[in-house]
Design a protein around this ligand. Structure first.
Ligand code: ZN
Length: 308
């Protein structure tokens, strides 16, 4: 399996309408349009019904924040050509009050990600990313004045100094470290279950290239010297604001020394060892929804099935 195949959400399934969303009345007219749909978000949760997000009618959905997500480009839970908005609700309102079936439930992305279609997954990731940004960027970082929302939710402008503020994303590198005899290095953290292992990861620091971040993080976390780095693919992970950039990196080192803080255990696996450990349940690797899993399976060469 290639990483591109594994990251099935790689292809954009929504047209974000960068030009259209700049128009002053665009969001208001869509909000009033009975054909527009809304993805409701409340504290990172969305309304799920029969294994799918329940999209509300825009004309009857109101919250403390409305943002334009885009025009759907592929038939999925929603028909292609649907104008889609996100509405943030202050609390998990009873589904009936929103015109949804009473059996609908508010659930978080991690709980539902495995069952989502690629399109629904993309819409939810976009909605969470932009809603999370608004939640913590209410005021101007220069002068402290409350900012006003423009561009259908994609800009905040300061009324005092006229500065524009755009949604931000924090780059983080995530790395499959491959060493002697083509073995893969996986690590575990202090807060994790003892048998859980994953690829190593960390945030990119200001002034640093991605490659430099890979070399630094791997050195800091497990004391391993990286001599070659290849980029493989990325995954948006807006909880709250990360963009995970996936790499495979190579070392000649045989020993890994966990820093004891971020990484408390590290272990080299050859392919047979990893398969055996996962199949017997001795080791649990990252879930299928994560780029970590894609990186591990990219190294392994094919899909690895979890213990049921
Ligand atoms: Zn200001």
């Amino acid at each position: 399996m290639t990483l591109t195949e594994a990251l099935s959400w790689q292809q954009s399934l929504i047209d974000r309408g960068n030009e259209r969303r700049q128009q002053a009345d665009f969001l208001a007219s869509l909000s009033a349009d009975p054909a527009s749909k809304v993805l409701p978000i409340s504290h990172g949760k969305t309304l799920m019904y029969q294994g799918k997000p329940y999209y509300l009618d825009a004309a009857t959905s109101h919250g403390r924040l409305t943002v334009y997500l885009g025009l759907t480009t592929q038939e999925a839970t929603l028909p292609a050509g649907t104008e889609l908005l996100a509405v943030e609700l202050e609390e998990e309102v009873a589904p009936e009050k929103l015109g949804a079936p009473a059996e609908a439930r508010w659930l978080g992305f991690r709980q539902i990600a495995a069952e989502l279609s690629p399109a629904d997954s993309q819409y939810l990731i976009e909605a969470n990313a932009i809603v999370n940004w608004h939640r913590v960027h209410t005021h101007c970082p220069r002068c402290g004045a409350a900012t006003k929302i423009e561009a259908s939710g994609w800009v905040r402008r300061c009324p005092e100094d006229n500065s524009e503020h755009f949604p931000r994303t924090d780059p983080a590198i995530i790395v499959a470290v491959v060493g002697q005899d083509d073995r893969l290095l996986l690590g575990g953290g202090a807060g994790w279950e003892e048998h859980r292992y994953s690829t190593l990861a960390g945030f990119v620091e200001p002034g640093e290239s991605l490659e430099q971040a890979v070399v630094r993080e791997i050195s800091e976390e497990v004391g391993v010297h990286i001599h070659r780095v290849n980029y493989l693919g990325s995954q948006s992970w807006p909880f709250p604001a990360s963009l995970m950039l996936g790499f495979i990196a190579y070392t000649d080192d045989r020993e890994a020394k966990p820093d004891g803080v971020e990484v408390t255990r590290a272990r080299w696996f050859d392919r047979a060892e990893l398969l055996s450990a996962v199949t017997t349940g001795e080791v649990a690797i990252s879930p299928r929804i994560s780029i970590a899993r894609s990186l591990i399976e990219h190294w392994y060469g094919e899909r690895i099935e979890d213990v049921p």
